[in-house]
Ligand binder design. Structure first.
Ligand SMILES: NC(=O)c1ccc[n+]([C@@H]2O[C@H](COP(=O)([O-])OP(=O)(O)OC[C@H]3O[C@@H](n4cnc5c(N)ncnc54)[C@H](O)[C@@H]3O)[C@@H](O)[C@H]2O)c1
Ligand SMILES: O=C(O)[C@H](O)CO
Length: 363
């Protein structure tokens, strides 16, 4: 874990700290319950699956008051069960957006220019001179980027692809991404005034419209019942044969078996995946596909973000133990991250604060 600030914060508050990640990477629910023991005030971590009641009943029995996910997404946490046992559930928004969007942008570039395949080829000693057709990929400039789920990360990713590569935008979301639309309009006007081709945007009326039109499609919705297997066999078949699909949201948003089949039959179709349906495993066949780039859930793995996530998670737990209120704007977490000043007496982000009737900070 980069940095020690979060451990210091816990120790300063007289918390006994057990660092489970140094024992094993993935702990079973039984391991966690053994660690919680008879007395435990709070737990910080990222759950690999939804453990339902099990974790929270054990935590409540041990006198625990809070669990903080070291993640912004909490589809893997049974928040209702936590609420039932009076346990506050924290998450870590406000520090992942740009880092995660940058990984999605990196995968988009790597897939479009076949960076990983070319690197493997080079290391295998297969390069014996420049050829006009060697690892020919796709040009992004002037193409269309499709974003499904234009929330915090989806919008940041869209901006990177528009500003960086002058791509046009088509997006699908349940809500209008007004700030993003305004940005693209203003940037298009700026380009036009500079004598360049302006960029454009469109809010699609259906997801299928994005799939049919876009050259690069990046998935950024939350995972819930409406987004489970959002990308399935039928939807894959609607995408362009040479399209690029990126997933840095949650694995089950894509039907991975259908994706493997699609990759097999469409060699020019490429994907960049940070998340997988049965993490940490991949569906059979995926690892053999040259047209897939796979990375191990590292979208939030920049030093600044991981330190920020750890700090926010620690402060969620400490704040709840101390009886502090919840921060009023969970995206504006800068006051918690400044190492040179004491963090404000508030929990940065408790997702079930309202359900638990917790007070909100007026700071
Ligand atoms: N890979 C990683 O390490 C990593 C890091 C951070 C976040 N995430 C994941 O990224 C995703 C986005 O996070 P965020 O902070 O931007 O969330 P967000 O809540 O800001 O944005 C999600 C967007 O998805 C939209 N949406 C919800 N249901 C939809 C549907 N059925 N169709 C289309 N759009 C829909 C919402 O309206 C919202 O605008 C989450 O799944 C989160 O868990 C992954
Ligand atoms: O949801 C999140 O925040 C990520 O999965 C952590 O990297």
């Amino acid at each position: 874990m980069p940095g020690t600030r979060w451990i210091n914060l816990l120790v300063q508050q007289d918390c006994r700290v057990e660092i489970c990640t140094e024992k094993k990477t993935i702990l079973s629910v039984e391991d966690i319950i053994a660690l919680i023991g008879n007395k435990c005030d709070g737990v910080i971590g990222q759950l690999t699956e939804d453990w339902g009641d099990t974790l929270f009943s054990a935590l409540a029995k041990a006198g625990g008051k809070a669990f903080s996910n070291m993640a912004v997404g909490y589809n893997n946490v049974d928040v209702d069960a936590a609420t039932k046992y009076g346990v506050a559930v924290g998450n870590t928004p406000g520090v992942l957006t740009e880092t995660t969007a940058e990984l999605a942008a990196s995968l988009s570039l790597a897939a479009s220019r076949r960076i990983v395949e070319a690197d493997e080829f080079m290391r295998a000693g297969l390069y014996d001179g420049w050829l006009p057709h060697l690892f020919v990929g796709n040009l992004l400039k002037g193409q269309t980027v499709g974003v499904i789920g234009a929330g915090r990360i989806g919008s940041a990713y869209a901006r990177m692809m528009i500003e960086g590569f002058k791509m046009n935008l088509i997006y699908y979301d349940l809500y209008q991404a007004t700030r993003l639309e305004k940005f693209v309009t203003a940037y298009g006007q700026f380009l036009k005034a500079s004598g360049e081709q302006p960029v454009t945007w469109k809010r699609a009326s259906s997801m299928d419209e994005v799939l049919q039109v876009a050259d690069v499609i990046s998935l950024h919705p939350i995972l819930d019942k409406t987004t489970y297997h959002l990308i399935n066999k039928e939807r894959l078949s609607k995408m362009k044969k040479e399209a690029i699909l990126i997933n840095c949201s949650r694995g089950p948003v894509v039907d991975e078996e259908a994706l493997v089949e699609h990759l097999k039959h469409n060699p020019m179709f490429r994907v960049g995946l940070d998340v997988f349906e049965d993490e940490p495993y991949m569906k059979p066949g995926l690892a053999d596909m040259k047209n897939a780039i796979v990375v191990p859930h590292i979208a939030s793995a920049s030093k600044w973000t991981r330190e920020g996530m750890a700090t926010l998670a620690a402060l969620n737990v400490v704040g709840k133990i101390k009886g502090f209120p919840t921060w009023s704007n969970p995206n504006a977490v800068e006051p918690f991250l400044d190492e040179n000043s004491s963090p404000p007496p508030a929990c940065p982000s408790i997702v079930n604060a309202k359900a638990l009737g917790l007070p909100v900070s007026k700071l």
